[in-house]
Design a protein around this ligand. Sequence first.
Ligand SMILES: *[C@@H]1O[C@H](CO)[C@@H](O)[C@H](O)[C@H]1NC(C)=O
Ligand SMILES: *[C@@H]1O[C@H](CO)[C@@H](O)[C@H](O)[C@H]1NC(C)=O
Ligand SMILES: *[C@@H]1O[C@H](CO)[C@@H](O)[C@H](O)[C@H]1NC(C)=O
Ligand SMILES: *[C@@H]1O[C@H](CO)[C@@H](O)[C@H](O)[C@H]1NC(C)=O
Ligand SMILES: *[C@@H]1O[C@H](CO)[C@@H](O)[C@H](O)[C@H]1NC(C)=O
Ligand SMILES: *[C@@H]1O[C@H](CO)[C@@H](O)[C@H](O)[C@H]1NC(C)=O
Ligand SMILES: *[C@@H]1O[C@H](CO)[C@@H](O)[C@H](O)[C@H]1NC(C)=O
Length: 229
Amino acid sequence: MFLRLFSGLTKKEMQDVFGILLMFAGAASGLLFQDPFVCRCTESNQCYVALGQRLHLPMPLEDGLELKITDKTSTSRLIVKYRKIQSNPPKPNPSRWQFVNESKTMILTSADRNDSGTYNLLTTDANGNSKGNYTLQLNTEAEVSSVKLWYSCLFPEVMKVYCSADGDNLRFNWTSDLNTHPQLENGTSTLILNKDHQGNVTCHVENHVSYNNNTIKLHPCPGESVFYK
Ligand SMILES: *[C@@H]1O[C@H](CO)[C@@H](O)[C@H](O)[C@H]1NC(C)=O
Ligand SMILES: *[C@@H]1O[C@H](CO)[C@@H](O)[C@H](O)[C@H]1NC(C)=O
Ligand SMILES: *[C@@H]1O[C@H](CO)[C@@H](O)[C@H](O)[C@H]1NC(C)=O
Ligand SMILES: *[C@@H]1O[C@H](CO)[C@@H](O)[C@H](O)[C@H]1NC(C)=O
Ligand SMILES: *[C@@H]1O[C@H](CO)[C@@H](O)[C@H](O)[C@H]1NC(C)=O
Ligand SMILES: *[C@@H]1O[C@H](CO)[C@@H](O)[C@H](O)[C@H]1NC(C)=O
Ligand SMILES: *[C@@H]1O[C@H](CO)[C@@H](O)[C@H](O)[C@H]1NC(C)=O
């Protein structure tokens, strides 16, 4: 990461770099939803789950169930077929899924990218007549992590603040405690400040499953400099 950042700088700029502060992501999770994440096919048609998160899909209480997935390549696969009268509990395929007979819940221990797709759940009554047809779009996203901030002085009066993070479908926004109210750009990972600013600027990063942030203290621009946090 730092090699990539430094590689764009001239030797003069390198010499001007005088602040390298690192903040390591704490153990605290920025997940927006509790683990396990519960997604109900009968109530929502779209769910977002974090990669590695545990997922519960409660099934409607019917005599028969059939759950299929259609993945990105339009391939359909049967995951589980259940009849209330059957003597053995059903064995989902892939085996990363479990069917808990007592609670009629499908459980995925750890969501993976290839669990994304369109799930179709068909329910039937004891005579095999159709009762329900539910469609659920399941999306997986990597959590927001490693929010990094740095800035450069483009001119003595103009600062450019950069924010980067790991994760999928990132959305950025900014807040500051500056006395003046700069135009904080929404939804971008860079921020241009047109005056000689001091104070803290916070970059907020979120996606559908998680949230994280980091703050950098801006110092007056002495010249061409790059600061890191
Ligand atoms: C930054 O994120 C941490 C962890 O998610 C949270 O505890 C904190 O309240 C956030 N700070 C702000 C200013 O949003
Ligand atoms: C599953 O649970 C139902 C009650 O909800 C029970 O009647 C049935 O015997 C159980 N099946 C198995 C295989 O344990
Ligand atoms: C999905 O990913 C998991 C873990 O990476 C792997 O074990 C499994 O075989 C994959 N399944 C499919 C259908 O590609
Ligand atoms: C369930 O609904 C989907 C679209 O809503 C449809 O394509 C599919 O044929 C239906 N399946 C059955 C068995 O009715
Ligand atoms: C920026 O993001 C934070 C965290 O997601 C949120 O609390 C805040 O309302 C957002 N601000 C704007 C202006 O969208
Ligand atoms: C950022 O976007 C939010 C909602 O999209 C809006 O309410 C807010 O005024 C925007 N802030 C700025 C500084 O453009
Ligand atoms: C700026 O952030 C630092 C920690 O990063 C904190 O100690 C300081 O109080 C903050 N300043 C303001 C004005 O909030």
